[in-house]
Write a protein that binds this ligand. Structure first.
Ligand code: CDP
Length: 237
């Protein structure tokens, strides 16, 4: 991997938003590597809180009375170490990708106290700038002043195929895999829930560059974002 020297350059914030499986995390991780920036996967943070809710059996309570959310967000510490995610000291990197987490994460993410808590943590993580952060509301809510805002989209079928390939890679014997149609339905449902929620819904910021990745290679989409970042650094904007 080519890492270009960025010493002395203005350090910016790059916000990458978009629907499920649109290529945000791969793009964000590689752009961060090339710029020598840190990468923060905010979806992993919402997934970690969702895992905690499942582990503590809080979901039914939360659905009945959302006030019980205070039990969920107290004592939450999330730490990134390279590609690993730690929730209160335990490595949860694999567990947070389970389908049962994917199915509940939109509900947990719709709760305002959860969003408030995670937004504070995300703003703190980006305080020194030089960060690529991906999620649903990074350009609109967490860092509306981000110098570079990207909105990645792709056709739902294409996104389902990508998620399928990821699951196969993790579980080569095909064990409990949903089929492509089921995956596409789940992705569409999650997009709808993320876009229709009251607090910080998924939407494109007016200043965001929209990139459709349906027919792009990873290399090409990384290059587009990387070059936009270099232009901004060069202009000193
Ligand atoms: O990787 P994938 O595109 O499937 O999703 P993710 O980035 O891991 O995010 C999982 C879920 O977390 C999303 O569907 C949203 O419900 C929620 N999320 C959010 O509400 N706000 C963010 N900034 C990031 C994720």
């Amino acid at each position: 991997m080519r890492v270009k020297k960025q010493i002395g350059k203005k350090r910016i914030i790059i916000a990458i938003d978009g629907p499920a499986a649109s290529g945000k995390s791969t793009t964000a991780r590689r752009v961060a590597q090339q710029l020598g920036y840190i990468y923060i996967d905010t979806g992993a943070m919402y997934r970690s809180v969702t895992l905690k809710a499942l582990q503590q059996g809080l979901l039914d309570d939360l659905r009945r009375s959302p006030e019980s959310v205070s039990d969920l967000i107290k004592d939450i510490a999330i730490r990134f170490d390279g590609d690993r995610v730690f929730l209160n000291g335990s490595d949860v990197s694999s567990e947070i990708r389970d389908n049962r987490v994917s199915r509940e994460v939109s509900f947990i993410s719709s709760l305002k106290p959860v969003r408030d808590r995670l937004r504070e943590m995300q703003q703190e993580l980006g305080r020194e700038r030089g960060v690529v952060m991906d999620g649903r509301d990074i350009g609109t809510v967490v860092f509306p002043d981000a110098e570079l805002k990207i909105f990645l989209v792709a056709e739902p079928r294409e996104r389902a195929k990508r998620r399928y390939a990821e699951l196969i890679a993790k579980c080569p014997d095909g064990g409990e895999l949903p089929d492509l149609d089921e995956l596409e339905d789940e992705i569409r449902k999650r997009d709808r829930e993320d876009a229709e929620r009251e607090h910080a819904p998924l939407k494109k910021h007016v200043e965001a560059h929209e990139i459709d990745t349906s027919d792009l290679t990873i290399e090409r989409q990384v290059d587009i974002v990387y070059n936009l970042a270099l232009d901004i650094q060069k202009d000193g904007r």
